[in-house]
Design a protein around this ligand. Structure first.
Ligand code: CA
Length: 228
């Protein structure tokens, strides 16, 4: 990447901060630091960053709350850090709007790869798409990032929205889980294919009567197809 990427690293353990900082310095990223949730939110409200690495267990305000508050004002990519053995509810994290998470202890290389994947994805997101997409009885407004069914806006998380948008703009094509991980999450490695299944399940629940628009192609993956 040509431009300098600014990371906000929110982590209360000095050793962990140091380790992460070194890994990203090698990659020419600029790392800014916050040591608690309160400081993190202050920085995020007042300065521009490209991505946030957010620890969950933090003094003052925890990572969950920071994530939720941040989502009210920004769609900046968020990757969460969690300790092994810490009760981490993946779904809860995604529901709050986190884009990804990494379990401690992790290799700095893995974290760098994940951050790059998220940034690639965020860049692709800005590629040209129509303002309004009508897929059968589902309407997607890409300006307000809303999914509208029967005139009603259905709340979608970031990734649910992006996955539905991708599938509905590529109708009748079967995608494998790995392809979807690459296209929607930006992963070419480290991704867990079950993440796709979890999101598909939730999207179907939200689509209600139109859940049959998403077809499971057994042994292959998924496709979007408008059905009567
Ligand atoms: Ca911590």
């Amino acid at each position: 990447m040509d431009k300098i990427i600014k990371i906000l690293l929110v982590e209360d353990e000095p050793k962990m901060r140091e380790l992460i900082k070194i890994a990203f310095k090698k990659e020419n990223f600029e790392t800014y630091e916050a040591v608690d949730g309160k400081q993190a939110l202050n920085l995020l409200k007042n300065y521009n960053f490209d991505i946030v690495i957010l620890d969950i267990m933090l003094p003052e305000i925890d990572g969950w709350t920071v994530c939720r508050e941040l989502r009210k004002i920004s769609d900046i990519p968020i990757i969460m850090l969690t300790a092994r053995g810490e009760e981490f509810d993946k779904l809860f994290g995604f529901e709050l709007g986190a884009d990804d998470y990494v379990v401690k202890p992790f290799s700095p290389r893995e974290l760098v790869a994940r951050v790059k994947a998220l940034l690639r994805r965020a860049e692709n997101r800005n590629a040209e798409v129509a303002d309004v997409i009508d897929a059968g009885e589902i309407r997607i407004n890409t300006l307000s990032r809303e999914v509208i069914i029967d005139g009603e806006s259905i709340p979608f998380t970031n990734k649910e929205y992006e996955l539905l948008l991708f599938l509905s703009t590529n109708q009748n094509i079967v995608f494998t889980r790995e392809q979807l991980l690459l296209k929607v999450w930006g992963y070419d490695q480290y991704g867990d294919p079950r993440t796709v299944d979890t999101h598909i399940k939730r999207i179907r629940e939200k689509l209600g009567d139109r859940s049959n628009y998403i077809t499971t192609v057994w042994g292959v993956g998924y496709k979007f197809e408008v059905k009567q």
